[in-house]
Design a protein around this ligand. Sequence first.
Ligand SMILES: N=c1c2ncn([C@@H]3O[C@H](COP(=O)(O)OP(=O)(O)OP(=O)(O)O)[C@@H](O)[C@H]3O)c2ncn1[C@@H]1O[C@H](COP(=O)(O)O)[C@@H](O)[C@H]1O
Length: 115
Amino acid sequence: MSATAPDISLGQALDQLIADLALKKNADPHESYTARLLRDGPMAAAKKLGEEGVETALAVAAGTPAQIAVESADLLYHLAISLMSREVDPAEVGAVLAARRGLSGLAEKAARAKS
Ligand SMILES: N=c1c2ncn([C@@H]3O[C@H](COP(=O)(O)OP(=O)(O)OP(=O)(O)O)[C@@H](O)[C@H]3O)c2ncn1[C@@H]1O[C@H](COP(=O)(O)O)[C@@H](O)[C@H]1O
């Protein structure tokens, strides 16, 4: 991995990506991979997302930090495509994460086990 810190945060890069993808939604599928994936629909997007999840997991298990970063970026791209393919606003995902903030995963699990 690079010795210096990147000059863009993951949140900023994701916001930028999501804005860029919205502009590609109705592009020519011969000129835009995004448009091609969206044309192919949610089932194809889900398959691609699963593949990228496995590739990321394999990188985490045995890859270098740089390989993990590359596979993670592919995974996030295909997650963004998958959300678009089902018309889920990425802000909804953000809201779920924000609502969970400060609630320990362990406490949440324990509360679930009792109900
Ligand atoms: N961030 C990405 C991005 N990340 C990953 N990918 C694509 O996803 C692929 C990773 O999936 P795979 O390794 O499975 O690739 P593959 O086997 O060639 O894929 P398939 O043949 O199975 O479709 C990469 O090779 C890229 O082609 C991306 N394609 C596009 N973007 C962004 O989307 C923008 C719009 O792209 P277009 O819609 O193509 O103009 C670009 O400017 C980028 O910012």
